[in-house]
Design a binder for this molecule. Structure first.
Ligand SMILES: Cc1cc2nc3c(=O)[nH]c(=O)nc-3n(C[C@H](O)[C@H](O)[C@H](O)COP(=O)(O)OP(=O)(O)OC[C@H]3O[C@@H](n4cnc5c(N)ncnc54)[C@H](O)[C@@H]3O)c2cc1C
Length: 325
C-alpha cells in the first residue's frame, strides 16, 4: 500500500494498491487501485468533482467480497471518515454514513429513544444499512428513516425522502421517472405510468447521511433488549471466525439456513472457505481463504440447494471486482 499526497485543497488520504482484505469482514480478496478516505463531507464533495472512473463506496465491508483480481476504480472508505452523529432539535438522530450501526443504537438508547436496538448487532455502517435495508428481529433500517442525504458522481448533494425509493427485503432502489431522471418529485410511494418501477440503483448516487426517527421511551430497557439480542447472536452465529453474516436471502416462507442444512452442506469446504457448522447460512474464512474459494463455495451451495429442493437461493452479499486470470 502506498500513500499519496493530494493537491490542496483536498484534505483526505489517498492510498494506492490498498489490500481490501483489511476492509472487509471476510478478511479475503484483492487490492483496490485507489482508495480515498475523505476528511469530511465537504472534502468528499470536492474529491468527487475531480474524480474520474468508477467509484465504489465501502462501509465496514461486512456484506462485501472483493474478488482476488482487485478493483480498478476508486474505493471511497467512509468508516472513520463521515462519523458525525447528533440529536436534532426535532428529536431525530442525524448520523453520517460512516457511523457504525451499533453506535446509532447506543446513541439512541443514551438519549432515551427506543426502536434502534436491532441495529446494535449489525456490524456495518449507516451507509451500508441504508444501501442494504439491513434488518433483524422483525425490524428494518428504512422503517426508521425520515430523510437521507445523498451525493452523486459530480459531488452534488441532495436530500431525499423514503418515498423516492422502492424499499423491500434487503432491497433499496431509487425510482426512475419516465423522463429518465431519477427520483420521485411527487413523493408518491407507489409506481405509476408516469413514475414506472425502479430498474436499479442510481448508477452514481450514494448515501452520506440519514435522519432517523425513533420513539421516546426508556433507554435502559433499550440497552437491555440490545444486550439480550447480542447474546442470542453470540450463541447462534460463528462470530469468532471471519464472515459476512447471512450469505443468502431467506426465500419466501422458508429459511436459507434450513435449506442448506437439509441439503447436507454444513461444513462443506472449498480451499479456506467453509459453510459454518454453527449457522448454515454463514460462510467462514478458516484463515487462508481466497475470494475465489468463497465465491466458488457460494455457487456450489446454490447449485446443490437447487438440485435438492428446487429453490434458487439469492445472494445477500455483494461481490465486486475482477477475477484472477
Ligand atoms: C456477523 C454479521 C452479522 C450480520 N447480521 C446482519 C443482520 O442481522 N441483518 C442484516 O441485514 N445484515 C447483517 N449483516 C450484514 C451487514 O452487516 C449489513 O448488510 C450491513 O448493513 C452492511 O454495512 P457495511 O457498512 O459493512 O456495508 P459494506 O459491506 O461496506 O457494503 C455493502 C453494500 O452497500 C454499499 N454501500 C456501502 N456504503 C454505502 C453508501 N454510503 N452509499 C451507498 N452504498 C453503500 C456497498 O457499495 C455495497 O454494495 C451481518 C454481517 C455480519 C458480518
Amino acid at each position: 500500500m502506498t500513500q499519496t499526497h493530494l493537491h490542496a485543497p483536498l484534505r483526505g488520504k489517498l492510498r494506492l494498491d490498498e489490500p481490501m482484505a483489511a476492509h472487509v469482514s471476510w478478511r479475503a480478496g484483492g487490492v483496490a487501485k485507489r482508495c480515498y478516505v475523505p476528511a469530511d463531507l465537504a472534502d468528499l464533495e470536492l474529491f468527487l468533482k475531480t474524480c474520474d472512473g468508477a467509484v465504489h463506496f465501502v462501509g465496514l465491508g461486512s456484506n462485501l467480497l472483493v474478488r482476488d483480481g482487485g478493483l480498478r476504480g476508486t474505493v471511497i472508505l467512509l468508516h472513520g471518515a463521515l462519523n458525525h452523529i447528533k440529536l436534532t432539535a426535532e428529536g431525530l438522530v442525524y448520523a453520517e454514513a460512516g457511523v457504525s450501526s451499533p453506535k446509532v443504537a447506543s446513541f439512541a438508547a443514551r438519549h432515551d429513544l427506543e426502536g434502534a436496538e436491532f441495529l446494535s448487532g449489525i456490524p456495518g455502517t449507516v451507509g451500508g444499512a441504508l444501501a442494504m435495508n439491513a434488518g433483524c428481529y422483525g425490524k428494518e433500517t428504512w422503517q426508521c428513516v425520515r430523510k437521507v442525504l445523498t451525493i452523486d458522481g459530480r459531488g452534488t448533494l441532495r436530500e431525499r425522502l423514503p418515498s423516492e425509493y422502492e424499499i423491500g427485503y434487503r432491497h433499496v432502489a431509487l425510482r426512475v421517472m419516465s423522463n429518465g431522471e431519477w427520483g420521485m418529485k411527487n413523493g408518491a410511494g407507489t409506481p405509476s405510468p408516469h413514475y414506472p418501477s425502479p430498474i436499479t440503483h442510481h448508477p452514481e448516487e450514494w448515501f452520506v447521511a440519514a435522519w432517523f426517527g425513533f420513539t421516546p421511551g426508556d433507554g435502559k430497557a433499550a440497552k437491555k433488549k440490545a444486550k439480550e439480542w447480542l447474546a442470542k447472536r453470540m450463541a447462534t452465529q460463528p462470530l469468532t471466525q471471519p464472515n459476512a453474516g447471512s450469505v443468502f436471502r431467506n426465500p419466501p416462507g422458508d429459511y436459507a439456513a434450513r435449506l442448506i442444512e437439509a441439503s447436507g452442506l454444513k461444513a462443506l469446504t472449498i480451499g479456506g472457505a467453509q459453510v459454518s457448522e454453527k449457522h448454515a447460512n454463514f460462510i467462514v474464512n478458516l484463515g487462508n481463504a481466497t475470494a475465489a474459494d468463497i465465491e466458488s463455495l457460494i455457487e456450489t451451495v446454490q447449485a446443490k440447494v437447487k438440485q435438492a429442493h428446487g429453490v434458487e437461493l439469492v445472494r445477500e452479499v455483494r461481490i465486486i471486482g475482477d477475477k484472477n486470470d
